[in-house]
Design a protein around this ligand. Sequence first.
Ligand code: COA
Length: 261
Amino acid sequence: MSDSSLVEVICENNIACITINRPEARNALSLPTLLRLREILSDIAVRKDIWVVTLTGAGDKAFCAGADLKERRGMSEEQVVEFLRNIRGTMNDIANLPQPTLAIINGHAFGGGCEMSLACDLRVMNAQSLIGLTETSLAIIPGAGGCVRLPRLVGVAKAKEMVLLSKRMSASEALECGLVNQIADSGSLQQAADVLVEQLLANGPLALQAAKAAIDLGSDLAIDAALEQEAECYSRIIPTSDRLEALSAFAERRKPQFKGE
Ligand code: COA
């Protein structure tokens, strides 16, 4: 049985808002926290009524301070391996959600916290916070997708600078190198996130899922295979009623009412 208070989720109005809830430990990812998060993610992944997913941390100090270093200290090598399997699996669960995901980086994001945001599709960040893959300063390496997802996002040169220097990067630098999509002062961060969510919800939910899949699956393929993949993703939305609704709405000069069908 997992401790449900470690990660909270509110599902309403087609949005799932997930909050890592360990502010006293700067939302560090302990094994029970990961297990609870994975439970939530596996539920959301199959919910047709959830069109957008947001992920944030409780409190205002940290989005997530990464792996729980106090828990790690008491672990055997075998337990560390098992933990790494789980944290890697958790980030893959986030990345593999069919719905678009938004990381609301409301405080510092280090190590696994940064990796958690990298597994999301969009990132909006508190302008006063820092972000980085700081594992090498602890004599370990990013092991939950960071060495793989960061260079794909910001390029190999910037990723090496960040990882090898164990850099705690400012929000403005993160914006400049494309690591985050947008920054906002702490007082207006939630509002900025809400606007992004509204913009996502204004689009066809199944089209968002198909576009996400086409980009994710296609980005590691050679161009011909990627184009075939895009065609396959397009074919999924041709029979949807939302597609016909969008055409009717355009003709009738009104906003479409999507149903995710
Ligand atoms: N694992 C476990 N506990 C952590 C933690 C982590 N990754 N990060 C912070 N905490 C705990 C602290 O030990 C402290 O606990 P205590 O009150 O029992 O002493 C509490 O959270 C508050 O931490 P503190 O450092 O006092 O808070 P802060 O707001 O001044 O700083 C951070 C926040 C995130 C900048 C700082 O805690 C930090 O640098 N943490 C380590 C981040 C890191 O290196 N992550 C990579 C992991 S691979």
